[in-house]
Write a protein that binds this ligand. Structure first.
Ligand code: SF4
Length: 251
């Protein structure tokens, strides 16, 4: 994608959502760090359900250590990999107390030394808690960057390096939030909703998907009949709450 197209790409996403942020709920950098660690291979919504009551009582690393691993495990048992995550969260909380007086460090290297904290988690914390221009590449960002041609790469490190290179000001700080939200609600994994996409004319992905009303009608099959009656797994799911209908831009 050419540099003027990259600028226009983010200008449109910014126009649509001027103040994007993470959907993980937290009240301070420590809670954000814990929430991001818990969100590995889990949805933000499922993490929020577990952390809402937890964070009413646990606001600092000392609160978490006082709570203990067993009660933490019980509090997050609805989240995948909860055993490992509970162990890591207690260990990282103790490390924050021992090394940083209970604060959250502000460098990637220090963050990545904490148990359960990888590069992506460190980038999210640096960006969201401390305003750094970092590019956390999750599954949504990876997909959108490759599909569109914005920052193609074979792995998350390559995509992150390309984003570092191509994303212009004034979009660098919020770029990863726009990309995550675009991937989560419009450029979806199984079926991108190109017909209502604000960057359709800039995107390299082909063929673009048509609006449901413009697709050829399907012949009824036993499977599709099951879907209509609600007994199959292919029944149409409601559009996510944040999705909005958009005026169509022609490619
Ligand atoms: S046009 Fe389609 S593939 Fe391209 S970014 Fe938009 S939703 Fe994704």
């Amino acid at each position: 994608m050419k540099s003027d197209e990259v600028f226009e790409f983010f200008r449109r996403l910014a126009e649509d959502n001027p103040s994007p942020t993470t959907e993980l709920e937290s009240a301070n950098p420590y809670q954000l760090l814990v929430a991001v660690v818990l969100s590995a291979q889990a949805t933000d919504a499922s993490v929020n359900v577990a952390t809402k009551p937890l964070f009413e009582h646990v606001k600092t690393p000392q609160d978490m250590v006082d709570l203990g691993e067993e009660r933490l495990r019980e509090a997050i048992k609805t989240i995948g990999l909860f055993n490992t995550k509970a162990r890591n969260v207690i260990a990282l909380s103790q490390a924050l107390i021992d090394k940083y007086g209970g604060g959250v460090p502000r460098t990637r290297e220090q963050l990545q030394e904490l148990p359960g904290v990888g590069r992506k988690t460190a980038n999210v914390v640096l960006n969201t808690a401390f305003g750094e221009e970092t590019f956390a590449v999750d599954t949504h960002v990876f997909r959108v960057c490759n599909r569109t041609g914005l920052a193609p790469g074979k792995n998350v490190d390559e995509v992150e390096a390309k984003l570092e290179k191509v994303v212009p000001q004034p979009f660098r700080r919020d770029a990863h939030h726009w990309l995550i939200l675009h991937g989560r609600y419009t450029c979806k994994a199984r079926l991108p909703e190109c017909w209502r996409c604000p960057v359709i004319d800039l995107c390299r992905y082909e063929p673009k998907t048509l609006a449901p009303s413009a697709r050829p009608a399907r012949t009824a099959t036993p499977r599709s009949s099951a879907a209509r009656t609600g007994s199959g797994r292919t029944a149409a799911t409601p559009t996510a709450g944040r999705s909005r209908s958009r005026p169509t831009r022609l490619p």
